[in-house]
Design a protein around this ligand. Structure first.
Ligand SMILES: Cc1cc2nc3c(=O)[nH]c(=O)nc-3n(C[C@H](O)[C@H](O)[C@H](O)COP(=O)(O)OP(=O)(O)OC[C@H]3O[C@@H](n4cnc5c(N)ncnc54)[C@H](O)[C@@H]3O)c2cc1C
Length: 484
């Protein structure tokens, strides 16, 4: 038998439209799909056990599918270099193929593996898969990275997009390879606190959900995407993109194909364009992280790292547990805690609240989000947190979300609040967004005592927002004066 190609699966747990697997299959020779449970990486991650269970379920389905195609998945535990050294000895592969990952840790890990493989005389090929365009393919006229979204989007949108590859018809496997257990939360001794998943794991589930959304929610996306109570208002593809159970090429190609119909109603056209623009936000933040790998630790606007954060653990716990006294914030934080997902509008509101009402460092929120979100990933999470904190790229004039106005506008019937904050469910709409406006008599009438059944607001929004704006403006002015 000829020497095999190792296909290293990482955050791309699918067989359809998988660049590295597709190219390995084209060699017609034996293929060994490998997944390494990288203990070093896991030790660094704040992720709840539910996220590992989600990944394990995706891996289980992937293993079944690869076996059916002819090349069973080989799962190994250990430090990546050590696992590869063993595999090199065991299999004498001729090459390793993998899809590129743009996170700082992954980049340095991949460089180590590449050096090791070359020392063994093994070819290394990496592929574009996780993005439509590489960070170095989208640049300003001066060849610099974009740090503002809109001009990035214009250039990105105009570039020709890669087509999906499809699934290999069959693979030639290597018989008799040992594989270890699935890395479930239990196997990894990780505590599981998020009880349910908002999204079903695996490529079949991704496909089903996408097909439904493509024919339904996508057509009304522009009008519906901002309302957290609408379960079909957005695609919920983010956990699938995070674990690669669906490809970005597939989503783009299917959505863009709709635009080719000249009779497409204007509302649908706008919706599809809006959806593509969201995919571009994802890619924008991937590129930002690649160009500015220090941003998970440091604000892009450096001077924001001198902001006098207050650091109240008590406020942070109230935010985490959904006990701030602001119903929309609390609904969103409870949705996250119970399902590993939160709607984008709600994410913007709770992030603004943490930073601009509680005056807590955006890094606290970023880490907590990553510990709970099924789609939690460094690029999108850091990028969006810095955006929400007015500390990142694409800095707008200071924007502070008003949690009550947001609540009235984007949960107008209170469906989202009633679902996630059941103690408020019986309140009439007049009080649902601002329960503190109820007199003691009204509280008695509606069966809810503030301070006992539901908290009074832990801070006064107007006062805290004004204070944030004042500190922010002072700091900005101070930095500008220092620069002059
Ligand atoms: C504070 C904060 C933290 C966030 N953290 C993450 C994160 O860790 N991982 C993550 O994938 N998204 C993150 N987002 C972006 C966004 O909230 C989610 O991508 C979106 O809610 C996922 O739901 P969906 O798939 O139904 O989105 P849809 O509305 O259906 O959008 C389709 C896809 O576009 C991409 N997308 C949409 N909005 C954004 C955005 N603002 N930034 C980057 N990509 C976007 C996602 O891949 C998404 O799946 C964050 C947003 C905020 C405000």
């Amino acid at each position: 038998m000829s020497r095999p190609v190792l296909v290293w699966f990482r955050r791309d747990l699918r067989t359809e439209d998988h660049a590295a697997l597709w190219h390995a299959a084209q060699t017609q020779g034996p293929v060994v799909p490998v997944f390494i449970v990288d203990r070093e990486l896991i030790a660094e991650l704040p992720s709840d056990g539910a996220i590992f269970d989600f990944q394990a379920a995706c891996l289980q389905e992937l293993a079944r599918r690869l076996e059916a195609l002819g090349a069973p998945l080989c799962i190994r535990y250990g430090r990546v270099e050590e696992v590869f050294s063993v595999l090199f000895q065991e299999l004498a592969p001729r090459a390793i193929y993998y899809n590129r990952d743009y996170e700082p840790y992954a980049r340095s890990r991949d460089a180590v593996v590449e050096r090791l493989a070359r020392a063994w005389g093994i070819e290394v090929k990496s592929f574009k898969d996780h993005v439509l365009h590489e960070p170095w393919e989208v640049a300003t006229a001066e060849g610099k990275p974009f740090t503002v979204y809109t001009p990035f989007y214009r250039v990105w949108r105009a570039l020709a997009k890669p087509e999906p590859f499809g699934e290999p018809e069959r693979l030639v496997g290597v018989p008799g390879l040992q594989s270890e257990d699935l890395p479930t939360a239990e196997r990894l001794s990780r505590k599981r606190e998020v009880p349910t998943w908002a999204v079903e794991p695996g490529m079949e589930a991704a496909r089903r959900r996408w097909e439904r959304f493509r024919r339904g929610g996508l057509l009304h996306y522009a009008a519906q995407r901002d309302f957290p109570a609408l379960a079909e208002g957005t695609s919920r593809m983010s956990p699938h993109l995070r674990f690669g159970t669906i490809s970005i090429r597939r989503l783009y190609a299917d959505a863009a194909a709709l635009l080719e119909d000249p009779t497409l109603p204007a509302e649908v056209r706008t919706s599809v364009e809006q959806f593509l623009a969201e995919l571009a936000w994802r890619e924008f933040f991937q590129h930002v992280l690649w160009h500015f790998p220090e941003t998970p630790q440091r604000s892009f606007r450096r001077w924001m790292d001198d902001f006098p954060w207050e650091g109240s653990e008590e406020h942070f716990r109230a935010w985490v547990e959904g006990r701030t006294g602001y119903p929309l914030v609390d609904a969103a934080m409870r949705e996250l805690k119970q399902t590993g997902y939160m709607h984008n509008r709600a994410r913007m509101v709770v992030a603004s609240f943490l930073v601009k009402d509680l005056h807590l460092d955006w890094r606290w929120g970023e880490r907590y989000f990553r510990s709970r979100l099924l789609d939690g990933e460094l690029a999108a999470n850091v990028g969006n947190w810095q955006w929400a904190a007015s500390a990142g790229v694409d800095a707008r004039p200071l924007r502070i979300f008003n949690p009550v106005l947001q609540s009235k506008r984007f949960d107008p019937e209170g469906l989202y609040i009633r679902r996630w904050v059941p103690e408020l469910a019986a309140l009439p709409l007049d009080y649902l967004h601002e329960p503190w406006r109820m007199s003691p008599q009204e509280q008695a009438r509606w069966g809810l005592r503030l301070g006992r059944d539901y908290p009074y607001p832990i801070v006064d929004h107007a006062e805290r927002a004004a204070r944030f704006a004042e500190r922010f403006t002072q700091l900005k002015r101070h930095t500008e004066t220092r620069r002059d």
